[in-house]
Design a protein around this ligand. Sequence first.
Ligand SMILES: Cc1cc2nc3c(=O)[nH]c(=O)nc-3n(C[C@H](O)[C@H](O)[C@H](O)COP(=O)(O)OP(=O)(O)OC[C@H]3O[C@@H](n4cnc5c(N)ncnc54)[C@H](O)[C@@H]3O)c2cc1C
Length: 385
Amino acid sequence: MNSPHQHCEVAVIGGGAIGLAVAWRAAQRGMSVVVLERDEVGMGASHVAAGMLAAVGEADPGERGLLELALESAARWPSFAEELAEACGIDPGYRRCGTLRVARDRDEAEALEHEADRRRELGLAVRRLRPSEARAREPALAPTIRQALELPDDHAVDPRLLCATLARAADAAGAQLRERAGVARVLARGERVSGVELADGSLLDCEKVVVAAGCWSGVDGLVPVGAELPVRPVKGQILRLRDPLGPGLLRGVVRVDHAYLVARGDGRYVLGATVEDRGFDTTVTAGGAWELIRDVAEAVPGVLELELEEMTAGLRPGTPDNAPFVGAGVLEGLVWATGHYRNGILLCPVTAELVAAELAGEAGAGIAAAFSPTRFATVGAGALT
Ligand SMILES: Cc1cc2nc3c(=O)[nH]c(=O)nc-3n(C[C@H](O)[C@H](O)[C@H](O)COP(=O)(O)OP(=O)(O)OC[C@H]3O[C@@H](n4cnc5c(N)ncnc54)[C@H](O)[C@@H]3O)c2cc1C
């Protein structure tokens, strides 16, 4: 990694998938960029995430704008992954594997019918499968499953590989990655950003600051009073499993009502995830493991034979309307790339493009307007302190 310097054009707070992707795209445009990460890059929520790219599976008809953003990002994923691999010589683990949504009983089958109709009305790709058809695609499914939906456009990526490749690509494009460089606060002169103060008291002057600090983006004192946004942590417990016999149990992603199993394609699986409002707590619990394993084992009994390698909890960056903050806020020079909640990995490509365009002073693309941070701003810039 390059050595730090005391002035740059753009300081990015947070070296998760979002901050790294923004830094990569901004550096590619010729900006001088410094990523300030208080820990190690890629060790926040992005380290814990399953990596489903579930634009269709996570679609909520009540959130049309978010669906549009998710589909836009999903469409960019193949070229994003290819470009990343070329930039740093490592495969980011993108797999075009598709997803099966499975019903375990009659109630779930009815709910799945409604879901299929709603998604079809939105023009999304879904296919209803009989149990035998679903089992032909994924033979490890239990003979007792009642119905399945195929979501052929919902794929997956390995978020840990993604962060490693993004860090290398950003570094290769000229961005500086500074680890153990926590930001204490964003500094402003008048009504515009002037730099950041680090936790060790040192200062970095810059013209623009991108807040990509995940669920910590809303902590008191990080940005000047009046410029804050409501971002809160939403805990998720998740398990990492391994098949000692190698790959073969599952080909892609299987989802049940509140849980999912993602195949990495090499005998490793990710089983997730709880959704809990518990502040910044990241403890893992027996109850969390039990619920997840119970739910998935009813659909894929073979999961019980897998070795448990890791159980972790991560903190999703949640917002009041479940949509991210992407773009400029009320303080000039302060740009937000946060609040991606359950879909930060999916939304990486589109967020990075939109934020890099904003940093370059390009007029906001139409799709960005719905995610403007000013939708929750409490004061105008004149009232900032
Ligand atoms: C269990 C679980 C499963 C998930 N599964 C999926 C999935 O399948 N698909 C999907 O798309 N999304 C998924 N997500 C959501 C996804 O993980 C997040 O939306 C995404 O990782 C957010 O990325 P980020 O870069 O904004 O945040 P993070 O990865 O949390 O990165 C933020 C970084 O900022 C740093 N930081 C914070 N404050 C400061 C500061 N003051 N100074 C310097 N650095 C700071 C932190 O140390 C951290 O490294 C999942 C999340 C969880 C918890």
